[in-house]
Design a protein around this ligand. Structure first.
Ligand SMILES: C[S@@+](CC[C@H](N)C(=O)[O-])C[C@H]1O[C@@H](n2cnc3c(N)ncnc32)[C@H](O)[C@@H]1O
Ligand SMILES: O=C(O)C(=O)C[C@]1(C(=O)O)C=C[C@@H](O)C=C1
Length: 246
C-alpha cells in the first residue's frame, strides 16, 4: 500500500443516501487531511502531548493511545521525546487504520518503541500505564458504554497517571451551542469544505458521533475515581481535558 495521503473529498458529490460514517479504507486514505481540516485545534493538542508526558509520565512509562487511527499521537510523542522516554501502544478497531498506522510508525520512527494493535477499547485487557490518550474516540461509543470504559481506564492508570480526553462537545445552553456549531461550520468553510460536504458529513455522523457536555465529561471522570480533572484546551466545540489519578 502506498503511504500517500489524499485530500478529503468523501462528501463532495451528492449522494442519494448518505451512509453512516465509518472508518473504512476511503477514510483512511484521506484521514490526515480530513482530521486537520475538521478538528479545530487538532495540531495544538498533539503539540502539547510531549510537554504533558514530560511533566506527568515517569521515564520509560507506558502510554496507551485509544482509537489511535493512524498513530498521529505516537508520531507527535516520538518527535518530542527520546526513544527511552516512553513505550507506546496504539489501539484501534478499524483494520484499515491499524494496517496503515503500523506501516507509518515503523517507517518514520524505527528507534522508538511504538506498537499498534487491532482491538476494541470496550473490552481490552489493559496493562498498567502512566498516560492514556483518548483523542476524539469516546464520542463514537454509545453513551451508555462510556462510564464503564472510563472506569477501566482509571483502574489501568498507575498512581499519579493521567488521562488526556479530547472530544467534540455540546454546550449546555441551546443558543450558545447553535452559535458554536455555526462558527464550526465557518471553520470548515475556511478550510475548503463546501456546503454539500458540510451537510452530508453532518448527516453521516448523526447518531454515530454523539457529543457530551463538558460537565458530563467531568462528572463521569469524578464518578470513575479521578481525583481532579480540568479542561486545558477549547477551540469552538472541540475540547481537551486532563484527569489525574491520585
Ligand atoms: C476520530 S478518530 C481518532 C483520531 C486519533 N485519535 C488521532 O489523534 O488522530 C476515532 C478512531 O476511533 C476508532 N474507534 C472507534 N470505536 C472504537 C473502539 N470501540 N475501539 C477502538 N477504536 C475505536 C475509530 O476506528 C477511529 O480510528
Ligand atoms: O467533521 C466533523 O463534523 C467532526 O466532528 C470531525 C471528526 C471528529 O470529531 O472526530 C469526525 C469524523 C472524522 O473522524 C474526523 C473528525
Amino acid at each position: 500500500m502506498s503511504d500517500a495521503s489524499y485530500r478529503d473529498a468523501i462528501f463532495s458529490t451528492p449522494l442519494d443516501r448518505v451512509a453512516r460514517f465509518s472508518f473504512d479504507e476511503r477514510v483512511v486514505a484521506c484521514f490526515p487531511d480530513m482530521i486537520r481540516r475538521s478538528v479545530p485545534g487538532y495540531g495544538q493538542i498533539l503539540a502539547m502531548l510531549g510537554p504533558l508526558a514530560r511533566r506527568h509520565l515517569r521515564h520509560g512509562g507506558h502510554v496507551y493511545d485509544l482509537g489511535c487511527s493512524l498513530g498521529a499521537a505516537g508520531l507527535a510523542l516520538a518527535g518530542q521525546l527520546p526513544p527511552d522516554a516512553f513505550r507506546y501502544t496504539g489501539v484501534d478497531l478499524s483494520p484499515a487504520m491499524v494496517e496503515r498506522a503500523g506501516e507509518t510508525l515503523g517507517a518514520e520512527c524505527p528507534e522508538h518503541a511504538l506498537t499498534v494493535v487491532e482491538g476494541d477499547i470496550r473490552d481490552l485487557d489493559y496493562r498498567p500505564s502512566g498516560m492514556i490518550l483518548l483523542n476524539f474516540t469516546l464520542q463514537f461509543l454509545a453513551p451508555e458504554e462510556r462510564d464503564a470504559v472510563i472506569a477501566h481506564l482509571h483502574e489501568a492508570l498507575e498512581p499519579g497517571g493521567v488521562l488526556v480526553l479530547s472530544e467534540k462537545v455540546v454546550a449546555e445552553d441551546e443558543q450558545d451551542n447553535a452559535w458554536l456549531v455555526e462558527r464550526y461550520h465557518d471553520f470548515k468553510r475556511a478550510n475548503g469544505y463546501s456546503e454539500l460536504e458540510i451537510s452530508q458529513k453532518r448527516t453521516a455522523l448523526e447518531n454515530v458521533l454523539v457529543p457530551d457536555t463538558l460537565a458530563a465529561h467531568h462528572a463521569r471522570l469524578a464518578k470513575a475515581g479521578f481525583a481532579r480533572s480540568l479542561t486545558w484546551f477549547q477551540y469552538l466545540n472541540f475540547a481537551s481535558l486532563i484527569a489525574f489519578k491520585e
